[in-house]
Design a protein around this ligand. Structure first.
Ligand code: BGP
Length: 470
């Protein structure tokens, strides 16, 4: 059997995209809470004033805050052995820089862990997933300021201590390389300036290294992972200039993982920073902290692949960094223009394992698509099944044929949640349908799509049923 015993099967969510209850029980505002969304995409606000009458998708989201028991029961019915979720920083530290945590916020996640334990589902906790406390943005200018490292460490220590023995798998930052593609969403950085971004990235990498060490000290059974936004690119042509352009693109993305796995900045990045005239805010002891804080495993999101080359000089533009200026004529695209490339998953698993020699985990994958609810309430989603099946078969091939150690697979958004890049509900990933529309209207009722039974069987057979469908 290709999928090893103990392979983690499950789903992944982010607090701000599913919880709602944005101001409940003492929660403060985060960057996600001041982002509006509408039919024409997403606007960003950097001021804390909420506009009355404006729809903010994070405010109610899919009301997981009040329905998590029902939701986790559905995950259990699917057979999940792992659930990746994020803690909303502002539930625990409403402004981000308090000395003491908010007990009500911690108690909410205690409840989630209770349910997971009841169902024998292993938690994988993302400490920071696209929801920087607005208090830290306003008071300190967010991650550009080293003071935020200490705030993050206080927050991380609170979680490690509270859930010692209950949570063993941690991710320090969701998609840490998104500092380079969508810094406001990822880190509350609104500046276009590369120096600001690189100083903020330095502080996140430092915070991640220190938190990793801390997690190991608090509980040696803790395993801490990096989490990379799966940007992988093919060269536009065999022209060596395109190959070098693609190499540069990958270096701009992978240097984050290089630091987290190798414990220091790679020479190519140091040279680039020097050319750009950017000085990293290094202090005594930092180098040791990075070296001692390397991760135990590497996780990433995988949705698509890109094409880059000389023309773009490795520059990525646009939300989620998808606009590299080249189209791949060999691949189909989703309704949102994302390429569909199952083979690229195998390629990426090999690439990351060769480079890092750490166990890997796919912590996001799936198809954002428009679903149609039939009169009888059913949702027929063969496109989603095909997408997941094709990707899982390539993942299996990477394990079986290439010998890549893969710890698990958590599909993105097992129940429909708000889209991070557009704020829409109609971009649905779930095998569980949630009755909410783009304006936040609906009954919030959950129901099973066709893909629910399909995924349930894949999990129950530890992947063997993938071959029945193929
Ligand atoms: C990743 C994020 C997630 C998630 C996913 C799908 O970048 O980590 O939070 O949302 O992408 O993206 P979207 O929701 O924009 O379709």
């Amino acid at each position: 059997m290709a999928f090893p015993n103990g392979f983690l099967w499950g789903g992944a969510t982010a607090a701000n995209q599913c919880e709602g209850a944005f101001d409940a029980d003492g929660k403060g505002l985060s960057t996600a809470d001041v982002m509006t969304a509408g039919a024409h995409g997403i606007k960003r606000r950097v001021t804390p004033e909420l506009e009355p009458g404006t729809y903010y998708p994070s405010h109610a989201a899919i009301d997981h805050y009040h329905r998590y028991r029902e939701d986790i029961a559905l995950f259990a019915e699917l057979g999940f052995t792992c659930y990746r979720f994020s803690v909303n920083w502002t539930r625990i530290f409403p402004q981000g820089d308090e000395e003491e945590p908010n007990e009500a916020g911690l108690a909410f996640y205690d409840g989630i862990l209770d349910e997971l334990e009841r169902h024998g589902i292993e938690p994988l906790v993302t400490i920071s997933h696209f929801e920087t406390p607005l208090g830290l943005v306003e008071k300190y200018g967010s991650w550009e300021n080293r003071a935020v490292v200490d705030c993050y460490l206080r927050y991380a220590r609170t979680l490690f201590t509270r859930w010692r023995g209950r949570v063993h798998l941690w991710l320090t930052f969701n998609e840490i390389n998104c500092m380079s593609t969508q810094p406001w969403v990822a880190a509350g950085i609104a500046s276009e300036d590369e120096g600001v971004r690189m100083r903020a990235a330095y502080h996140q990498l430092l915070a991640s290294g220190l938190a990793t060490q801390m997690a190991h000290e608090i509980d040696p059974a803790n395993r801490v992972g990096a989490m990379y936004a799966g940007h992988f690119a093919y060269p536009a042509s065999p022209d060596p200039a395109d190959v070098i352009g693609t190499m540069r693109f990958m270096q701009r993305m992978l240097f984050y993982l290089d630091v987290m796995c190798h414990g220091s900045y790679p020479p190519y990045k140091l040279r680039e920073l020097e050319r750009q005239g950017i000085a990293l805010p290094v202090e005594p002891g930092d180098a040791e902290a990075l070296a001692a804080g390397t991760v135990d495993f590497v996780s990433y999101s995988y949705y698509n692949t890109h094409v880059t080359g000389a023309k773009t000089r490795g520059v990525i533009k646009g939300m989620n960094g998808l606009d590299t200026g080249y189209k791949n004529p060999y691949l189909n695209r989703s309704d949102w223009g994302w390429t569909i490339d199952p083979t690229g998953l195998r390629f990426s698993l090999n690439l990351l394992y060769e480079r890092y020699r750490r166990p890997l985990m796919i912590v996001e994958n799936g198809l954002g698509a428009v679903d149609t609810v039939e009169e009888d309430g059913s949702v027929h989603d063969p496109y989603r099944i095909a997408y997941m099946r094709d990707h899982l078969l390539e993942l299996e091939c990477a394990i079986e044929h290439d010998g890549v150690p893969v710890m698990g697979y958590t599909m993105w958004g097992p129940l429909d949640i708000v889209s991070a890049s557009t704020g829409e509900m109609k971009k649905r990933y779930g095998v569980i349908y949630v009755d909410v529309d783009d304006g936040g209207r609906g009954t919030f009722a959950r129901s099973r799509k066709d893909s629910f039974a399909w995924y349930q069987k894949v999990i129950a057979t530890n992947g063997a049923s993938l071959h029945e469908d193929a």
